[in-house]
Structures are given as C-alpha cells and as structure tokens.
Design a protein around this ligand. Sequence first.
Ligand code: IVH
Length: 670
Amino acid sequence: MNKSEAKAEIERLSNDLNRHNHLYYVESNPEISDYDFDMLLKQLQELEEKFPEFASDHSPTKRIGGDITKKFEAVVHKYAMLSLSNSYSKDEIEEWTARAKKLVEDELEYVCELKYDGVAIGIQYVDGKLVQAVTRGDGTQGENVTSNVKTIRSIPLTLTNDFPQDFEIRGEIFFPLKNFLALNEKRREEGDPEFANPRNTASGTLKMQDSKVVAERGLDCFLYGIYGAENRAEGHFELVNKAADWGFKVPPAKKRYIEKTNSVEGVMDFINYWDEKRKDLPFEIDGVVIKVNNYDQQEILGFTAKSPRWAIAYKFKAERVETILEEVTYQVGRTGSITPVANLTPVQLGGTTVKRASLHNADQIEKLDLHLGDTVFVEKGGEIIPKIVGVNLDARTSANPGVNFIHECPECSTQLVRREGEANHYCPNELGCPPQVKGRIDHFISRKAMNIDGLGTETVDALFEAGYVKNFADLYDLTFDQVVDLERMADKSANNLIDGVKASKEIPFERVLFGLGIRFVGETVAKKLAKAFKNIDELAKADFDTLIAVDEIGDKIAMSIQAFFLEERNLTIVSRLMEHGLKMEIVEKEGSSNKFEGSSFVVSGVFETFSRNDLKALIESNGGKNVGSISSKTSYVVAGDKMGPSKLKKATDLGVAILSEQDFIQLLNE
Ligand code: IVH
C-alpha cells in the first residue's frame, strides 16, 4: 500500500468506526457485531502504526487509551463553571418561578432535567474536533483531562452535520451502576478494597494517569449545556436537541430524562415522577434541575456571584434516620486489608433493617469524628449501600469516647501497617493471620477457580481449626479419616469432599492460576497470562519486560507476579500442586481455535448433537464467550429446541443473529 492509499484507507476506517461507535454508544442500535468492530479497529491500529504521519489526535484508536498524563495541566475556563442554587422543597421551586416571571415580565417555559450525580466536564470543540476537556476545579480553573475523556465512548471525537465552529459543551461524567458494581466485584475478587460510591469513583477515575485504565472502567456522560452557540436556537431545549445531530449523547425526552413545560404543575409532575422512579435508573441522580428555556430570558435573569438565576436544582431528600453507634468492629480481608464496620442499633431505612454500615477506612472515621454511643445519621439516597453521613452532636455526652482506629490486627494481634499512598491499613502477617490464610483457601476453592465440590467456607474453617489444612496445597494430602473426623461430617460428605478435591485436578491451567490468588491477577488476567506463557514455569521465569509486553498486563500486575514467584513458600506450594497432578500448562485441545474470539454467545434450548454444556465448551475452546442473557452486544444466539419465545423475540428485536444447531456446526467448520 502506498502513502496516499494508506491515507485514504485510514480515513475510510476512521469514518466507519466513528459511525459504528455512535450507533452503539449513543443510539444503542449497532449494525455490526463487537467482533467486527474490534477487527476494524485493529486494522486501523495497524495502519496507523505503519503510517504514523496519518494517525490523527481524533482517531477512534484514542478510545482504547494508552496516553499517560503525569501531571494534569491547569486550564482557565473561558466561561466560569458555576454551580446551581439548591432547594429542598417544592415551595422554594414555586417561589423561584414566581420571581423569575416577575423579573422577565413575561410567561416562561421551563426545561426539566435530571441532576446527574457525577463530575462536571467542559469539552471544547473547534472545527468539529474535540480539542480539550477540562474538569470543574474551583469553577475558574480546572484540570486538562483530555486524554482520559477521549476514551469515553459516548463523547464524540469528531462531529457531524452542521456543528458550530468553536464552542464548549458541558455535561456530567458518571459511573453507570452496572459498571460500578462490576468493578467492585472484580476488586473483591482480586483482593483490593472496594470503592465507596459511583460518584467519587468517577471523579478518581477521570484523574488517573493511565488513560487505558480509564477506558476499561466504562464511564459515561450526559450533556446539559452548550456555550458559545446560543445563536443557533431560541432556547436551551432546542439547542440540546440540535447537539444530537452533531453526534452528542443528549438525554432522551422519550424516557423523560429531559422535558419542556410551560407550567409550574408540569415542573412538579416531573419532580414527583423522578422522586419515585429514580431508584430504577441505571445511574445515580441526586435531584432534578429546572432551567428557564429561552436564551433572551436567561440573559435578563443573569447570575448571582455563584450561580445562574435562570436555573435551580431540586435535591431529593435522601431518606435519613438516626440510630446509635454501638461498636466499631474490623474485618480482615484475604489480602490483609482492614475494613472498619459500624455496628448500629437496628433501624428501618428504605424498607430494610440496617444494622451495619461500612466505614471504609481510618480517614472516614476521622472525618466523621465518630464517638462510641453517638447518635448518628444514616442515609440511603440514590445509593444502594447505607452510609453514616454525620453525627448528631447535640446528643453527644462526655461519656462517649472517640473511636480510635485499631493498631493491631483483631485476628492475630500483629501490628498493622499503612503503606504510603494507600487509604487502608493492612495486617502484614500473611502466613499466620487466620482470615488471610483461610481467605486464600476460600478463594482457591471458589466457583470461578477450582470449584471444589463438597467443600465450602465452613468446612475450610473446620479443616483449618483441626490443623489439617494450612494452605491450599494441603487439601490434596487430606485423607478420608481426617475429613470424617470433623464435626457434623458424615461418611457420604467426606467421600464427596475427597472426590471433589481429586476431580479438581482436571481444572484447566488458567483457573488454577487464578486460584493461586496472586494479587491483581483476576479471572481475565489469568486467562491472558495462561495464553501468553502456556505454563507456570515460563510465567515464573518471565522478566518484567516480557510480562508487560502481554496485552493488558501493566506495571502493577507485573510487579505482583514477580513478587509472588520470588517467595520461597509460594514456589513450594506450586511445586506441591504440580506433584499432585494439577494442570500447570494449557492443554491445546484438538479442535480449538481463535475463530470465535471477540464474539459472545447465548446458548438456549435443547440440542441433538451436543449437550448444552458441550456446546458451551466448544464455544470457549474456540475463543468465544458464553453470556447469560441477550443484549444488543450479543453476537449470536444458538437456538435449540424448546427455546423460550420471549428470548427469541428479544434476539429478533435486537437484531442478534440466531443460529440453529446446524448453522452453528457450519460456522464452526468454516
Ligand atoms: S446545569 C451554571 N444541569 O450539578 C450551572 N448541572 O451544582 C450549570 N449537574 O456542577 C449546571 N446535572 O456538575 C446542570 N442537568 C444538569 C446537571 C448539572 C448535574 C451538576 C453539575 C454542576 C452541579 C451544579
């Protein structure tokens, strides 16, 4: 390919990818499968590597991240980033509308919007290209987080149609709840402390140095204001809708995320609707925002020092109750991380009884200035998890002693440590601290790792107490007599356990590797490592550069792997597992391939040639992924006999390809 051909091809691929990205992330209506999308992206990446002179700053390849920002440069906002005045009662809203009407001396139209609970961002576009994205900061000056913002798929890098030449668009970057919960689940699995709430996590994510990590986390953005293009429409509502033509994800009126009304009743109806329905949203909001629509009227109303007079926020009352802080206890995780927990006098909140609330870490206790016996305020707002938001100081007496964070591990009395830059305290006694030792065994036997039949947390506890098992390699030396000797253990259960342990020797290498519990090596990373190094010896030998050369393996993971294999006792455990016959290398199964890589399958119904499990195994051994339910992201549904009609309809509605058993066999043999 010569230069001018390459240039044209890069342009063609970029346009294609931009269009498909928009169809997927903004319109939720994709035309091609994830796999095909990834293939196009890969083609573009390769071409850009060969012809870097044509790799633009706005290429769709920027979505993957990779740029590192060591220090976020300060940028002065062209238009100050003000905040909104808050109100908590409908009377205040009514007063606000009356005041505005009087000042304008005319009737008003209002735009009602959701108040997204995330972080504000201002994004500048020049000649249809995203040139800069800046956080709110102190309102006058924020931080340049452009590389990170470029990874957010619903934010266009280049615009379409009749866009203004130079303008700024503002919106809220937030963590969709599904992605937030998935991130915490992954952190739990990898032994990292969980994040407290989506908003702070969105904010922290936006300021991460490595844009690749930002790309993986799946932030999203809704847009709510446009500056420097007011001449394009009479009012805010109309302009926001125009921005959809330029390629932006704007709140859908169909779902009532945004609404125009000319009456106070209309505003109240919007507020009431969302006060009730906000719990069903896939992201958190903390209220609604009401704006005067017409730009001329906005100008008449103007600003106070801090906020516009043409807009007001109505904040939902988070449900809040008072109760007594009885005790603070401390949990020790598998990696030794210490989580303080508030034990409360049970109290009803949002339909459930709340007895405990996480306090996250020592800083949180200090910030709240908690004393034992305090009357504390507990809230469950849009949030899922109850939290202590403050102390009723009027109810505090001198008899309430301050909560002092523990210095010693509650389980093994070892002096706790707090590593530099980390929020959590840790118990360093990895070998002797029971919850750490048992936690590693629990992790090893868990469903996604060795999935040992007949063995659960309680039995691990009993085996540990009896002194039979001190690490997971010991499981393979267990005898029937030892097991049956445990309390409440019948012959049958004991046999079951022994058989389960034996059967686990057939578990594939990547799951054994995940089970080892190397810090930061979760299920996906374990799969990547297994595929790259093929066996444990190669992995143990790999130097830092070889490790980070593997896709998705960064410095942190590489260092953790090296640290693991430097420990003599880990090597002993691994070699004992090997002697017991566990799989320490990948077995290239006959008929395995990468042909389904990037595709996801939903298998449903009954089949003639295969059992459902065989079929799923075939999909995986050919690089595909099995998922439970059909979404627009699903590549194929393999439909057997007796597949439910609702599933079939969903697949058809979403345009997901439906394969019969024969179609599948054909695809496999192609
Ligand atoms: S309009 C002049 N609209 O709330 C202020 N803000 O306290 C213009 N927010 O910093 C802001 N949803 O981050 C506006 N639909 C919405 C919003 C919204 C969330 C945030 C925004 C702002 C804060 C105001």
